[in-house]
Design a protein around this ligand. Structure first.
Ligand code: FE
Length: 338
């Protein structure tokens, strides 16, 4: 029984030693970079003692990096935006399944999969020039294919995940034939070849270069809340429509993340994902980019988003958005939606 005191002594040393001896860490690969995220991460460290090593990068670059690092990747959690990119990480087999009562009870079923979770939502809305387009003509995504809008539609690329996810939702709801009809109709209505991001489309609509475009809600909110008067002026000429309110609801996309299969710190990874679903973290996470919390009971007061009024959101499972990405790209290609 000589070893017993040694064991107790060892245990005591472990308990009393400062964290630095075996510092708990989480390696976070994040495609999010908002100022408010600092507080979000600091709170986690304060609550758990787990230090966060953060690697930030562009969405596609980070995914590529994790892939290239392979089994040696230090990444524990990957956070990114858009269901398409999260789905890609899943398809590449990068995520590990996570079983968590907390995540299951907090994140609505349609906003999670077995290995990745949404932590905020954004809607894809229609933005139109009040001087040249009537609100009643742009009430649904399908309206954007109406020949009435010939030469009036501006869009970002059909290869962009935001448009791919929107098209994936159309395929899920209406089938491929209807989706292709929509894509072709939109191409026929283009005011110019697709270019730029959502903000560029909003500005082009405001400037009268086109009459209508689609945009994620946070770009709209960002311009509305901007400290630059010229940004707020852009919004004065515009109307914003919640699409498909009498049918499936406005298309919803997400930002979210998951634990990597090769995560060296799996306990910390699950703790962090659960933390992101907490009330305080949800508020930070969503409002930092003018989005909505994924957890339904958490409310954020965002004056810009609130001013757009209540709306019906599409409850299509994010899994289905993922499922139809490849088909969406094929349809855009066939329709010449570059
Ligand atoms: Fe974006």
């Amino acid at each position: 029984m000589k070893f017993l005191p040694t064991l107790i002594a060892a245990a005591l040393v472990t308990l009393t030693q400062p964290a630095s001896a075996e510092e708990k860490v989480l390696n976070l690969y994040s495609a999010r970079h908002y100022q408010t995220d600092e507080a979000l991460y600091a709170n986690f460290t304060q609550q758990t003692g787990i230090k966060i090593n953060r690697i930030e990068g562009k969405e596609d670059e980070l995914l590529e990096r994790i892939k290239n690092e392979g089994a040696n990747s230090p990444a524990d959690v990957f956070l990114t935006v858009d269901a398409a990119r999260l789905a890609k990480a899943h398809e590449l087999g990068l995520f590990a399944p996570v079983t968590s009562k907390t995540l299951e009870s907090r994140i609505p079923a349609h906003l999670r999969t077995e290995d990745w979770f949404s932590f905020s939502t954004r809607a894809r809305v229609i933005v139109y020039n009040k001087g040249t387009v009537k609100a009643e003509d742009v009430q649904s995504y399908q309206d954007l294919a109406n020949p009435k809008l010939k030469g009036k539609l501006c869009s970002r690329s059909g290869a962009h995940p935001y448009n791919l996810s929107l098209m994936a939702s159309i395929i899920a709801h209406q089938g491929e034939a209807k989706a292709e009809e929509l894509a072709r109709g939109m191409v026929a209505n283009f005011a110019r070849a697709p270019k730029g991001g959502d903000t560029d489309q909003i500005k082009a609509v405001s400037a009268g270069e086109c009459g209508v475009a689609i945009s994620n809600t946070y770009y709209v909110a960002r311009l509305m809340r901007s400290s630059k008067p010229e940004d707020r002026k852009v919004m004065e000429k515009l109307g914003v429509v919640w699409p498909n309110q009498s049918s499936t609801g406005a298309h919803i996309n997400v930002s979210g993340g998951g634990m990597l299969k090769t995560a060296p710190n799996k306990d910390a990874a699950v703790k962090f994902l659960e933390y992101l679903a907490s009330d305080a973290a949800q508020r930070h996470f969503a409002d930092g980019n003018n989005e909505w919390p994924a957890v339904e009971s958490v409310k954020v007061a965002n004056p810009a988003l609130d001013s757009l009024g209540k709306f019906k959101a599409d409850k299509l499972p994010v899994k289905n958005l993922a499922m139809y990405q490849a088909k969406a790209q094929i349809i855009f290609d066939r329709a010449g939606f570059k």
